[in-house]
Design a protein around this ligand. Structure first.
Ligand code: HEC
Ligand code: HEC
Length: 285
């Protein structure tokens, strides 16, 4: 593992011997005793300039108990949301008199592989769509129903149901062609220092992953595990919800969930995890 800079956070840590460098562990995540997940992978080619050669799931940075919760669906509190989303999937809503199932049949079949390739360019609409945008597009245009609030519980649950159908498959978002300019914008945001602390995503998740920040073990800030059940707030959390929290921690004004900026950032961050298994819903603290 390579650390490009010793920031104030790391310097503080070195000064206090009680806090130690805590490398990500070498445990293996086997889901339900069956599916071995890829939680460390060779970094995608576009990351060459970062000096990071291995990308790692946030799972490696959590303690054994939290890791175990994610390894077994009966212990994973995020799976309760999946149950509620199955109900929503089959419920007729809106003026068109349809449910998701009316058009897509069983999620187990139609949603396989979907999570792994989102955000994805939609040719007809001429836009990059996150999974949340696609779900709401179907709700408003296909069902004539109300959209879910972008980072709400029902949206997180639906994302979890869709994600489960891809667990174990490698994240594989496209970053070229029509989305390249958006990807570049996301990358720029990732490296932009904000707030009175003047920290970028990279300050913590690229230069200091593996280090402790207060009581928290810094990961690479990957999103292959989203939506994520957090023990801290006891609910499923969306990608944009997490981005919002991290930006706030730098004492900066934050963008809104569903904003152009967070959509671009999501594409860029997702692409840093190309090759890792889809894990959602994961469990984190
Ligand atoms: C009336 C039919 C209809 C209903 C109802 C419907 N969808 Fe869709 N859905 C479509 C069509 C058509 C597409 C392909 C649209 C496109 O490519 O622009 C699609 C695409 C999708 C995709 C993207 C698939 C891919 O290959 O990228 C997802 C995810 C999705 N729908 C989820 C849902 C969910 C969740 C619901 C219920 C809340 C729902 N849909 C309800 C017709 C429907
Ligand atoms: C001050 C340090 C700091 C900054 C700056 C920061 N984060 Fe975080 N982030 C954390 C901490 C601490 C956690 C929780 C522990 C972990 O997973 O790293 C976290 C968690 C995450 C996670 C969840 C990872 C997982 O596996 O569940 C994502 C995603 C994330 N951050 C993305 C970002 C993005 C994108 C930015 C820039 C907009 C950012 N962070 C900026 C400290 C930071």
């Amino acid at each position: 593992m390579k650390f490009k800079a010793l920031t104030a956070v790391a310097a503080l840590m070195v000064a206090m011997p009680a806090i130690t460098l805590a490398d990500p562990d070498d445990d293996t995540l086997v889901l339900n005793g069956e599916t071995e997940m890829v939680t460390k992978a060779a970094a995608p080619a576009h990351m060459e300039e970062t000096g990071i050669d291995t990308v790692m799931s946030g799972w490696h940075f959590r303690n054994d108990d939290t890791q175990a919760m994610q390894a077994d669906d009966f212990d994973n509190p995020g799976m309760l949301a999946v149950e509620s989303a199955i109900e929503a999937w089959n419920t007729v809503e809106g003026e068109a008199g349809k449910s998701c199932a009316s058009c897509h049949g069983a999620a187990e079949d139609s949603m396989k592989g979907i999570r792994a390739v989102y955000p994805k360019w939609n040719e007809t609409a001429g836009e990059l769509r996150t999974l949340a945008m696609q779900v709401n597009d179907c709700r408003t245009n296909q069902m004539k129903a109300e959209p879910y609030k972008y980072d709400s519980g029902p949206m997180a649950a639906m994302e979890a149901l869709i994600s489960v159908q891809s667990r174990g498959m490698p994240v594989n978002v496209a970053i070229d062609g029509p989305v390249q300019a958006i990807w570049e914008k996301g990358k720029e945001l990732y490296y932009t220092r904000t707030g009175i602390l003047e920290l970028s995503c990279a300050s913590c998740h690229e230069e200091n992953y593996g280090n402790m920040i207060r009581a928290d073990h810094l990961s690479q800030g990957q999103i292959n595990g989203f939506p994520t059940y957090r023990l801290k707030n006891a609910k499923l959390n969306t990608v944009h919800g997490r981005f919002k929290g991290c930006v706030r921690d730098t004492r900066a004004e934050t963008y809104k969930p569903g904003s152009e900026e967070f959509i671009a950032l999501e594409l860029y961050v997702a692409s840093r995890g190309n090759g890792l298994s889809v894990e959602g819903p994961s469990v984190r603290n």
